[in-house]
Design a protein around this ligand. Sequence first.
Ligand SMILES: Cc1cc2nc3c(=O)[nH]c(=O)nc-3n(C[C@H](O)[C@H](O)[C@H](O)COP(=O)(O)OP(=O)(O)OC[C@H]3O[C@@H](n4cnc5c(N)ncnc54)[C@H](O)[C@@H]3O)c2cc1C
Length: 260
Amino acid sequence: MEFVEPKVFLIGETRVVEEGLQAYLQHVGTPQWSTDAPSDSEKLCEVYGRLCYRSFEPGLNPNVTRVRKGNANYLGHVLEVGHGSVIEHAVLNFILADVSRVFTHELVRHRAGTAISQESLRFVRLDRLSAYVPSHIKEDEKGLEVFGRTLEHLESVQRELAEAYAIEDEKKFDRKKKLTSAFRRVAPEGLATTIGGSCNFRALRHVIEMRTAPDAEEELRFVFGKVYEAVKDRYTSLMGDYEVEVVDGLPWIRTPHKKV
Ligand SMILES: Cc1cc2nc3c(=O)[nH]c(=O)nc-3n(C[C@H](O)[C@H](O)[C@H](O)COP(=O)(O)OP(=O)(O)OC[C@H]3O[C@@H](n4cnc5c(N)ncnc54)[C@H](O)[C@@H]3O)c2cc1C
């Protein structure tokens, strides 16, 4: 048995195919266009936004006599007016490790703009159990002792079941899988597991805002505070409008541009 803290790994991001973009810019008549975007993700979102009005430079569209310059300025305006579809083009890939099934169950309610791969507890047999300890449990010595003892007991139940059904000696993988899935039914909802999630920036912003709010579940607030930390300095044009207020020891990440 082990007490653990959730961990956030940003493992992937969108990349621009420069030759393709250059060929398009040539095609539309602005081969010299460039941007000061801090990341490929933000460069792409700017390109898709400018494509709509052909607003790479004045005159490409005879109706456009002035254009907004600079990636932060351009995307800042997109966020301000709520043209959220523009920021769906770039995707980030995360792995969230040592998060509970409480966490994953709430996370997967977010569907729009997301993709999920979750550790299978039909296949991955539970031998050691670990869990995040919520602050209210931590605050009370007796409560913490009960919490820890229960986790230890449930861990021993997993071992007892494994022994009772001789799963170690089982040769047929199909039966192993069925037994593993049967045993997990008596594991706690708080057990630490792993989930991989990818999402576009529109979805990411929505989920960070919802799940760091003071009424959200503590572990979700903890994890999405870390998710924000992982992205805030890397994507300053798309994530730079947030303000952080600490409520109950965890960050509440807010923006005036709600629900882009
Ligand atoms: C504090 C808190 C408490 C909660 N309590 C409960 C609870 O007690 N019980 C419970 O069941 N759930 C609960 N939830 C989950 C909540 O109801 C949502 O299911 C979850 O937060 C997903 O958010 P979303 O609906 O914005 O979906 P997302 O998939 O994140 O979608 C983003 C946005 O896209 C749009 N969208 C997405 N799908 C559709 C669609 N099919 N049709 C039209 N527009 C769409 C909506 O504008 C939506 O807000 C809670 C969430 C929070 C943050």
